[in-house]
Write a protein that binds this ligand. Structure first.
Ligand code: IMP
Ligand code: MG
Length: 179
């Protein structure tokens, strides 16, 4: 198997680029159907969601807007439990149909800290779309409306997700190799 090394760790192929794109395309179709006569505003959470957001956005056939914010809660392969807002939300979301785009929902801490800030601004509706969800890792339960893949509680890399800054460029997903 094509094992890769990133920093000090080894990763094995997990989901192929085609499998991912196929799911993202299906999600785009579902969203287009659910928001047929609306003009949703996507809020993409950087950095990890950039690739997922770009691919999803390209598959949309309805009018839609997108903006990007930055929150970070991760250092290395274990959640640091710290959420920092680096780039804030400067678009007016009051009365808008909001869809939050997350690369992965792990403990749920990032979103559970961010969601009250969104609700405060009284959007007309709010849904969450995640490329990946690790149900076993949940500490702060969050209702996720759209999920591409539910995955085991193992560290993954690629398709926008990093391990200490590296691996985001990989077009497929890799999983941390157990020793
Ligand atoms: P949460 O706050 O614990 O849900 O973690 C959310 C953030 O941690 C995600 O948006 C990712 O940026 C990062 N993260 C969680 N699990 C992984 C992983 O397996 N690989 C890479 N980043 C991860
Ligand atoms: Mg993220």
């Amino acid at each position: 198997m094509a094992t890769i090394q990133v920093h000090d760790k080894y990763f094995i192929p997990y989901l192929s680029a085609n499998e991912i794109l196929e799911k993202v395309k299906q999600l785009a179709e579902t969203i287009c159907n659910d928001y047929k006569d609306k003009r949703p505003l996507f809020i993409s959470i950087l950095n990890g969601s950039f690739m997922f957001s770009a691919d999803l956005f390209k598959f949309l056939t309805i009018d839609a807007e997108i903006c990007f914010i930055k929150l970070a809660s991760y250092k290395g392969t274990k959640s640091s439990g710290q959420v920092i807002t680096a780039i804030g939300l400067d678009t007016d979301i009051t009365g808008r149909d909001i869809i939050i785009l997350e690369d992965i929902i792990d403990t749920g801490k990032t979103l559970s800290q961010f969601l009250p800030q969104v609700y405060n601004q009284q959007p007309s509706s709010l849904k969450i779309a995640a490329l990946l969800h690790k149900p076993e890792a949940t500490v702060h339960p969050v209702k996720i409306d759209y999920i591409c893949f539910s995955i085991p509680n193992k560290f993954v890399l690629g398709y926008g997700l990093d391990y200490n800054g590296l691996g985001r460029n990989l077009s497929q997903l890799y999983q941390l190799k157990e020793d």
